[in-house]
Write a protein that binds this ligand. Sequence first.
Ligand code: ADP
Ligand code: MG
Length: 678
Amino acid sequence: MKSLQDSVAELKGVGPKRVADLATLNIDTIEDLLTYYPSRYDDFTPTDLSTAKDKQKITLKGQIVSEPLFTRFGYRRNRLSFRIRVGQQVVMVTFFNQPYLKKQVEMDRQVTVMGKWDARRQQITANKLVTTASNKGNEYGAIYPVNKHIRQGTLRSLIRQAFEDYQNVIPTLLPQSLRDHYRLMDRRQMIKEMHFPEDAAMAKAARRTATYEEFFLFQLRLQAIRRVHQREDGTRILYHNDEVKQFIAGLPFELTDAQKRVVNEICRDLRLPYQMNRLLQGDVGSGKTVVAAIAIYATITAGYQAALMAPTEILASQHAEKLAKVFAGTHVHVGLLTGSLTTKQHRELLTAIKRGDINLIIGTHALIQNDVQYANLGLVITDEQHRFGVNQRQQLREKGEHPDVLAMTATPIPRTLAITTYGEMDVSVIDQLPAGRKPIQTKWIQGKNTNEALHFLRDQLSSGAQAYVVSPLIEESESLDVQNATDLYQQLAAYFEPNYQVGLLHGRMSGDEKDAVMDQFKNGQIQVLVSTTVVEVGVDNPNATVMIIYDADRFGLAQLHQLRGRVGRGQRQSYCLLIADPKTPEGKERMKTMVATTDGFQVAQKDLELRGSGDILGDKQSGVPDFKVGDPVGDLKILQIAREDAANLLAEPHWDAYDDNQPLVLYLKRHQLETHFD
Ligand code: ADP
Ligand code: MG
């Protein structure tokens, strides 16, 4: 019985030498061969001459009707010309400097030529010739990535042979329902059309099926693994739906659609007996805090405690302040656990936590340390770059807690990367800002034209604005970095004297010095804050509406986006000026991207495209798998859909018992994965 797992040696004309040659392309089995897809296609579909425009690239197919004429001129230059009849018309074809084509052209022969159309002279300056013999009448030909061991033609004919011999044993993996739903081809047809398509449309349709199938199978494996992990017991948080709804209704605004969606995703997880492990992504200001508040509230209606962990004490106390307001008048009792408590306060707080009198505990890492005993911890939320690691979860487990975990981040991770690399986490995305926000206007100021920026800044200051000015980044040297900032500070102080006050902030200043400058900036004593990139984190002054970044091309897109996020936090229109003279195409693209969008996810996505996914996380760790057909950037939509479909399938009870799913069950078994989860 034939099987796709047969060795390529089963094919005619494939001996040990050829087996070894094919192995250099990672082709061992018939399946490897059949899924060795073309990297592109040569399109020899003839152009309709009546619609061809001058200088257009066209393809003509016809019969040679004149003796070819070969002439040399100048040093190593030559020309080959002949006439072909295309339908009723005779067209002159000219090749320059391809003398070897002489052998292939002779009277009466059928040829296909590609090149540039000269409409006035009705002639084509061709650069590619295909004789009918070499393209076997196939006008749309697959081109494979090959190496020095295997020739294009050899590979093509082996694939054809393999397809002819094995087409009847190609199992379709995707269930009928999914194929119907997305109008996908069955696998046999898909493989056929990938290799031997009639035309571009067929090839495209086949690629669409292949891409979906590849992503779906990848997600199926990933999620099968995840489901095994999830079987570890978690907490079933049976919150009171009505109370949660009431709480949401009491908020001073309507949730955005994106917020509603992620609230649903989180609440569904809370109810499940598994341990939630979810990443909540959203740009600065997208309203993550309120989503977290809803999750906390839900948890508390179920009689559990919630903890919110922030990276610094300052951020923890900011959260505590915000949330105390949100929860005023409810039965949420907030406790802030920080190092600045007295011993007595600390002891009392711990007691209240242990008794369950405090049901929302906010703090830093201290929250999971040993002296903190919870009454019944149901949910842990971590904020900003504070990925809750396996170790910390283990720490809690040892204390007998299996809380659901929600990690919030304002650093957009391109969806592609999130989906492919955070395989162990579910990802929720708030991809929409609350209505009425004025998008920050971004302008790229070329080169050394800093005066334009300064005039604009003076204008803004005169109408009461405040501004950040970020000095050039010198990564190699902190002292140069500081020097730059200091120079710029002196320059601007002189420029704006005596009307406006300029302040300076950099990494070499002490904590107290920084705080003092920040306070002056916040209360308006300073109008312009010159700074190194330290403003990136934690600085919040809603009255600041101008961000000027010097030598902006030295920063990566992610960092530029974070810097820009310092403005646009109030009611007034905000502006970001990028002063840059990028020398590379990528540098220019970065500036254009910043001007074009304020959406952090689009910025991150562009970053991914410009740098390549490997670059972002370092080749080895990126974890972005090598897909054969699918491109996780270009085919993102398909990846997302496939992911959902795989999840839905595995979530169906007894999914592995249905006939239609048996090929997938076999597929998972072949990858040594379990198929039954309950
Ligand atoms: P993030 O934590 O994502 O940076 P926040 O949750 O702090 O964002 O929200 C930013 C601001 O927007 C807050 O003042 C918040 O009250 C407000 N906000 C949040 N959601 C909405 C909404 N749906 N409509 C209007 N304003 C909102
Ligand atoms: Mg926030």
